[in-house]
Ligand binder design. Structure first.
Ligand code: PLP
Length: 822
């Protein structure tokens, strides 16, 4: 690999990177760190030794990046996120350091195959879906564009559950990613902070009777201990830190209790601390109202803030300059409790007054909203919040008084509007609205696509936007091209380098130069060959793991994402059933062979989502074994969708399914990964699909369905799905077949309620969009039949989506929100 562009830091101190030197280091790591010799080393040992060798080189760069930021008094970015869906790190680190080839050779010289050990690395699944993956892409991009940054989250001992499919049903098993240890992380016992819960608040008064300050006396106390993982940017530009907190009991107390014979009590304390970092709640776009969840949110927010303040004070001596030297970002409302926590630390611990603290707080925080779905907007019952965080409850009331005073002073809001601005929901059960809290406590509130940001202004935050009109801004999501092109699709990367040189490796928007090759027949053939090789790889995997034979020359139509009704996997499955019927009724027509892939996890408590997984599997079983389909249609459900599975599926896709009900998907990032890997999108005008369409051009994307406005109109004007279904023969037939048990002969009533839901309310507009979707699918077939035309469009997709890089997104955050150079 050429090293054309040298990053700002002169020469990464990588030392000798020859395969010989690396091989010697691997042997030495095996011996002195693992106590093994090559003859008895297992594949896991080779994996661990290889990671340690590369990690050592990263540590040099890490220390120099950290020192440089300190010496230059650089402003730092702190990204608080309850989720980081990072996946495997080895390929990322090797590739970003330019050590991929040398490490491959070094391992080969020791008789070890890189790809074999790479598969053993556990997928760090500390996130549910898009929100967590965005945080991981951002970490990599911040290191790449050279921003001193720390990610803060929780080191869940069990991340996202592992999904198995038993008899078509989802079964959830614990993900034990730490089973073999985690060679990437550094435990920092000395970076530990106390976290309190419950108890009461005392008011201290001065001798003159004036209220001096409040002191919170929590009853429950645990320790948050830091675990650091280095995050390497492209070409080793800089190394940042992902700091994840783990819960531990406060030792001395525990020991006392043990010594006093209270073994059960001591054990309970230990379990309580342990529980804080044991599980990631598996609900995506759904609120999770468990007390433990609020405890987790506070646990990682306070530990992170204490860490940040300590670092700031040790360098600058006071906290007045905090907003100039620290930008703290709230990824969704999960860390919103950091707003009253910073206020508490400034007032109660550091003795500042309310007004100064409030000014510092708002200038330090920024908040990203990720969803408009009412069922996902976080709020906590006041009694629970008050019991767990009594001092924070007081502060929330004080902030609320301030905000409502400002609102009333404008004279522009009526009572109803004031009640919507309030941080406390007053009708029904009183609740703390975390979105309003995050909004009020931040100087910037951003949406994640142009459409989503506009809808934010019109819906959830309409009144707050009217009160603070400069606060809402847009930052369309992006993905890191290192993981989502260079690493996962070496074939396409190699082909692009051959055609346009290496510039796009450092500036992904330069991939635009490929556009000129869409009309080049020889290039198209090579592009098709790369795509085919990626499809063969996926076909082999599906044959091996699921025993399903698929033809790599068929159109690979893929929908992989969390299973959620708004994402409308059901629309796709019903269309598959309709197509199945058409193929059998019209054998004389020339059908284009197609394989429909599905993948995704359902929240364990989400009944309909789990039923949709079962339906996909039931439909797959019937269609795949019906000889009258003649292999023209196959359906495959790929179990345990995660980052590593995505890395195999994205490069193998011809068609990307992005078919959410318009107005419901905030952005999507799966859509970007597919397009960058040369799939055409079939999608609604939702989230970032709108901007993808603007970039690739109308001819290179298949858009169908109702717009956001039309969805709203329909819902307001008594939408009658029954009439729509009865008016569409294909849809009616498919719904009837599913409802009557054609795909579930063992339990014919299995899908009756699900189908009745379509007839009765069809909240997600499946029926309303069906005909338009089916027509778009037949248009897909037509273009696919003309293969040169298809690949020309696919090439244009790759060439034109460089803008959807998280490097671009992060530069916008840096300039427009954080005020840091990038
Ligand atoms: C990109 C990604 C997502 C987000 O996909 P969407 O289609 O945008 O919902 C979810 N999970 C994984 C593993 C991903 O890589």
């Amino acid at each position: 690999m050429t090293r054309a562009v040298t990053p700002k830091i002169p020469e990464p101190p990588l030392g000798d990177t020859s395969p010989e030197a690396l091989a010697a280091e691997i042997l030495s790591a095996l011996k002195y760190r693992l106590g093994k010799d090559a003859t008895v080393a297992t594949d896991y040992d080779w994996l661990t030794a290889s990671i340690k060798v590369v990690r050592d080189r990263i540590v040099d760069e890490w220390i120099s990046s950290t020192k440089e930021a300190y010496d230059q008094s650089a402003k730092r970015v702190y990204y608080l996120s309850l989720e980081f869906l990072i996946g495997r790190l080895m390929r990322d680190a090797f590739s970003n350091l330019g050590l991929m080839d040398a490490m491959r050779q070094a391992l080969a010289s020791l008789g070890v195959e890189f790809d074999v050990i790479a598969r053993l690395e556990p997928d760090a699944a500390l996130g549910n879906g898009g929100l967590g993956r965005l945080a991981a892409c951002f970490m990599e991009s911040m290191a790449t564009v050279d921003i001193p940054a720390h990610g803060y989250g929780i080191r869940y001992a069990n991340g996202m559950f592992r999904q198995e499919i038993h008899d078509g049903w989802q079964v959830e098993l614990p993900e034990t990613w730490l089973e073999h240890g985690n060679p990437w992380e550094f435990e920092r016992r000395e970076r530990a902070f106390e976290v309190g819960f419950g108890g009461s608040v005392e008011s201290i008064t001065a001798p003159d009777g004036r209220l001096e300050r409040h002191v919170w006396k929590p009853t429950d106390r645990v320790l948050a201990v830091a675990y650091d993982t280095p995050v390497v940017g492209w070409r080793g530009a800089r190394v940042n830190t992902l700091r994840l907190w783990s819960g531990m009991p406060l030792d001395p107390i525990l020991l006392d209790r043990f010594n006093a014979g209270d073994h059960i009590g001591a054990l309970a304390e230990s379990n309580k601390a342990d529980a804080l970092s044991r599980v990631l709640y598996p609900a995506d776009s759904h609120k999770e109202g468990q007390e433990l969840r609020l405890r987790q949110e506070y646990f990682f927010s306070t530990a992170s803030l204490q860490d940040i303040l300590q670092r700031h004070i040790s360098k600058y001596g006071d906290l007045i300059s905090l907003p100039d030297k620290a930008a703290i970002h709230l990824n969704d409302t999960h860390p919103a409790v950091a707003v009253p926590e910073l206020m508490r630390l400034l007032m109660d611990v550091h003795g500042m007054d309310f007004d100064t603290s409030w000014d510092i707080t708002r200038r330090t925080f920024a908040y990203t909203n990720h969803t408009l779905l009412p069922e996902a907007l976080e709020s906590w019952p006041v009694p629970l919040f008050e019991r767990l965080l009594p001092r924070h409850m007081q502060i929330v009331y004080a902030i609320n008084a301030e905000v409502l005073l400002e609102a009333r002073a404008t004279g522009r809001f009526n009572g109803e509007q004031i009640s919507r601005i309030s941080l406390i929901q007053e009708n029904g059960e009183r609740r703390v609205r975390m979105g309003n809290l995050a909004f009020a406590g931040s100087h910037s509130v951003n949406g994640v696509s142009a459409l989503h940001t506009e809808l934010m202004k019109e819906t959830v935050f309409a009144d707050l936007h009217s009160l603070y009109p400069d606060r809402i801004n847009n930052k369309t999501n992006g993905i890191t091209p290192r993981r989502w092109l260079i690493q996962c699709n070496p074939g396409l990367t190699g082909l692009a380098r051959e055609a346009i040189g290496d510039r796009f490796l450092d500036d992904i928007e330069a991939i635009r130069e490929l556009d000129g090759f869409a009309g080049d027949a020889a290039f198209r053939d090579k592009f098709a060959a790369v795509k085919r090789a990626n499809k063969v790889r996926l076909s082999n995997l599906v044959a091996e793991r699921l025993g399903i034979k698929v033809d790599p020359s068929a159109l690979f139509d893929i929908q992989i994402k969390r299973i959620h009704e708004y994402k409308r996997q059901l629309l796709n499955i019903i269309e598959a059933v309709a197509l199945y019927d058409q193929i059998r009724s019209h054998p004389e027509r020339e059908w284009m062979p197609r394989v429909k892939f599905f993948g995704g996890k359902a929240a364990p408590s989400y009944h309909n989502a789990k039923l949709i997984i079962k339906l996909a599997n039931d439909v797959a079983r019937v269609i795949n074994s019906d000889p009258s389909v003649r292999g023209l249609l196959k359906v495959v459900f790929v179990p345990n969708y995660n980052v590593s599975v995505a890395e195999i599926l994205m490069p193998a896709a011809d068609l990307s399914e992005q078919i959410s009900t318009a107005g419901m998907e905030a952005s999507g990032t799966g859509n970007m990964k597919f397009a960058l890997n040369g799939a055409l999108t079939i999608g609604t005008l939702d989230g970032a699909n709108v901007e993808i369409k603007e970039h690739v051009g109308d001819d290179n994307i298949f858009i169908f369905g109702l717009t956001t406005e039309e969805v709203a109109q329909r819902r307001n004007s008594s939408y009658q799905p029954a009439a729509v279904i009865d008016g569409s023969p294909e849809l009616k037939q498919a719904v009837a077949a599913i409802s009557s048990g054609v795909f579930s002969p063992d339990d014919p009533a299995r899908y009756r309620e699900l189908m009745d839901g379509l007839y009765q309310h069809d909240w997600f507009m499946v029926a309303a969009d069906f005909d338009s979707y089916a027509a778009a699918q037949r248009q897909v077939d037509t273009v696919w039949r003309d293969s040169p035309d298809w690949y020309a469009r696919a090439i244009r997709n790759v060439a034109r989506v460089g803008w959807f890089s998280s490097d671009r997104t992060i530069r916008q955050y840096a300039k427009e929100i954080w005020n840091v150079p990038a």
